[in-house]
Design a protein around this ligand. Structure first.
Ligand SMILES: Cc1cc2nc3c(=O)[nH]c(=O)nc-3n(C[C@H](O)[C@H](O)[C@H](O)COP(=O)(O)OP(=O)(O)OC[C@H]3O[C@@H](n4cnc5c(N)ncnc54)[C@H](O)[C@@H]3O)c2cc1C
Length: 255
């Protein structure tokens, strides 16, 4: 009798640990991709040994603040080991050491980083992917799209302030893009995501869903997709990339 691999065991994720080390970066170029998304290209003292195998990997950024040293998580949007460069996209918001750094950055400014400490690599053999998030998830979603295999069906649902925050992303994937504009949908991102996704049938075959947004938003969207749409929990990853009213909040969401 043929062995059947249990549904939950298919498409296993791979965890890879990396050597953690600190690096000193210097601001090399600054570009506003959209009015509230600042792309900073850094040159590094060294990129030797820098590993980032998953689009949603993160590095730690270290800031000297009046209240003491601060750390924040950001996505390595692009990197070039030979050229010794690293690109980070900063979603600018009201306050915080990372936002202040990016908003006031000048060529030559230093920044210390650490990591990534590891990569949780999602299997690349799913039949389709849904990538859901707000502007803090756009760097990971952008990388995911750029690195996807040709023709792969990817649907993205992204909440942004208004139409000027839409990004053009190069991809060979078969990309369906849904933007939710807070200027039209209001400020409740969870309700906006659920309204967008309600009109989308889950495609046939095995699919993986990535959700990254404000913690309570990510939790509500995850619950909707598992409880109301019946998507398998093990084929999903949800994370709080920030939490309203709380600094430096990062949460893996599993309920
Ligand atoms: C794995 C991971 C990867 C991430 N990658 C990126 C990335 O590539 N680019 C990016 O821009 N962000 C990214 N984030 C989110 C980023 O770490 C947080 O937004 C972080 O709080 C920003 O630090 P800060 O110093 O600007 O604000 P903080 O000092 O942490 O927070 C100050 C205040 O601002 C609020 N706040 C924080 N973020 C936002 C926001 N986006 N909108 C509105 N209010 C906010 C907080 O609730 C708090 O009240 C990532 C987070 C994680 C966990």
């Amino acid at each position: 009798m043929a062995m059947d691999i249990g549904t939950e065991q298919r498409h296993a994720a791979r965890r890879v640990r990396h050597e953690t080390r600190r690096r000193l970066l210097t601001v090399k170029a600054i570009e506003d991709v959209t009015p509230r998304m600042r792309r900073i290209t850094f040159s590094a003292d060294t990129m030797e040994g820098f590993e980032s195998l998953a689009p949603d990997d993160h590095i730690k950024l270290f800031f000297a603040a009046p209240e003491g040293p601060q750390m924040r998580d950001f996505t390595p949007r692009r990197f070039d080991r030979e050229a010794g460069t690293l690109v980070i996209d900063f979603a600018l918001h009201e306050a915080g050491p990372a936002t202040s750094f990016a908003a006031g950055a000048r060529i030559g400014d230093p920044l210390e980083i650490g990591g990534p400490r590891g990569s949780a690599v999602v299997a690349d053999d799913f039949d389709w992917y849904w990538l859901i998030g707000d502007e803090t998830a756009l760097p990971a979603i952008g990388r995911w799209l750029e690195e996807a295999r040709p023709g792969l069906p990817i649907l993205t649902a992204i909440a942004i302030a208004d139409a000027s925050e839409r990004q053009a992303i190069e991809t060979k994937a078969d990309w369906t893009t849904l933007w939710s504009l807070r200027s039209e949908a209001g400020t409740d991102d969870a309700a906006a995501f659920i309204a967008l996704l309600a009109g989308q049938p889950l495609p046939p075959g095995d699919g993986f869903i990535f959700i990254a947004a404000e913690t309570n938003v990510a939790r509500a969207v995850r619950r909707y997709l598992t409880e109301e749409r019946g998507h398998l929990e093990s084929w999903m990853k949800a994370a709080g990339y920030w939490k309203r009213g709380e600094a430096d909040a990062h949460e893996r969401i599993e309920d």
